[in-house]
Design a protein. Structure first.
Length: 141
């Protein structure tokens, strides 16, 4: 099972304050533990929403560009991990070890092909597999 762990923003991350050397070192050690255990597929920190942009779509599909910063800091994302684990309990155990002193993470299961049921036809499955293979080739390449 794959899970996305969403690190919620806070006043520090939204102010543009970058982590200290100690914080980076602690996070690096935690990430190294995740990688050594074979559960970390990806993980990144994000810059503040002042450097972000949103697109809002109306009912006709037209997009409006909204530049950051955005209000409601607690609703923003400051970083993420993608973890592959055997259960919800396992991802919870890993994240209890994260070197956070304050803040919040949200853990969400990533939808897998079987989660879509009959709507995910054999043709759509084939397309998804082809796109994943092409994406992997692009990253390797």
């Amino acid at each position: 099972m794959r899970y996305m762990v969403i690190v919620k923003a806070n006043e520090d991350s939204e102010s543009g304050r970058m982590p200290s050397e100690q914080e980076l070192s602690e996070m690096g050690a935690f990430n190294e533990e995740l990688v050594r255990a074979g559960v970390m597929l990806a993980g990144e920190g994000l810059l503040s929403s002042s450097q972000g942009t949103r697109l809002r779509y109306d009912r006709d599909g037209r997009a409006t560009v909204v530049d950051g910063p955005f209000a409601e800091t607690k609703e923003l994302v400051a970083g993420f991990w993608i973890l592959q684990v055997s259960s919800r309990e396992e991802v919870l155990e890993w994240m209890k070890k994260a070197p956070f002193r304050d803040g919040e993470v949200e853990i969400r299961k990533i939808a897998e092909t079987e989660d879509f049921g009959d709507a995910f036809t054999p043709e759509l499955r084939e397309q998804e597999e082809r796109l994943r293979a092409q994406s992997a080739a692009n990253q390797a390449g």
